[in-house]
Design a protein around this ligand. Sequence first.
Ligand code: GLV
Length: 311
Amino acid sequence: MTRAVLVLYVRSARARWWRKHLQTLLPGIECKLWDDTFRSEDVEYAVVWSPPNGWLAGFENLKCIVSIGAGIDHVLADSLLPQHVPVIRTTGPDLTQRMREYITLQVLAQHRQVNAVRLAQNTKQWQPVITPPAHDLTIGVMGLGKLGTAAASSLQQLGYQVIGWAGSQHHIDNVKCYTSDQKQHFLTQTDILVCLLPLTDDTRNILCGSLFSMLKPGAGLINAARGEHLVEEDLLQALDSGQIAHATLDVFRQEPLPQSHPFWVHEKITVTPHIASLIDPESGGKEIARNLLAFINGEPIEDMTDTTRGY
Ligand code: GLV
């Protein structure tokens, strides 16, 4: 009897590592890369990052799709996506920990004005910068899924005042959480805004001029969600006017960020190359294998998504 095939679409230097590791974890399934030889009718599982439009529709016996990441927008962007096939995200303790680290690092960097200190060093200026203590700053976290909740808790434990905003009700200890219609109230209190929202029709372009104008003057922005959340022109204007003092961006409409893009050289923008919470085959593979085995055994899966809602 032929073994079911799992096909991996991940165009990175780690592709072979992914295949080898998943094969060890899932011995009953044949693991293949997208450019290996296999019969498309044998494919039952697809583990993907940003597959080409229509590629998944070529597998008539596909039972489930796994996103190599927390976001599923790169799967749902496929206009020919087989609608009946469930999509499982990948999270797990390592992904969450990396996001905690990244958000904490970038909030601290903005708060302690690391950029200004670095610029002064470049011109050999001894320029002490005095900053308020953490408890005088309010960090607003938009998006309270696993990653947003973890980041909010870490910031709160560090001493910041933390508030959260999401489409639905959430409870996080010592973090006041707001929902959809309370966005303005949430924003007007915020000194540094952290975006960890899923990308959906409701959140695309949410980081725009009108949102920036509701923040405290001179607020900071950190976007570690998706490039499509941000209206780039509006950010440049808000930086020029001083409404936003600094922006830290890990995600972009086009990745890699084109060489000619103004963000690269902007003094008030920190660019990082989509590294906030990279997934590695070692621990990510274990999460994927665990979820797939649960799926095969008909067990509940915490990382199952609701494709109709987009996350
Ligand atoms: C990364 O961007 C992810 O969705 O996990």
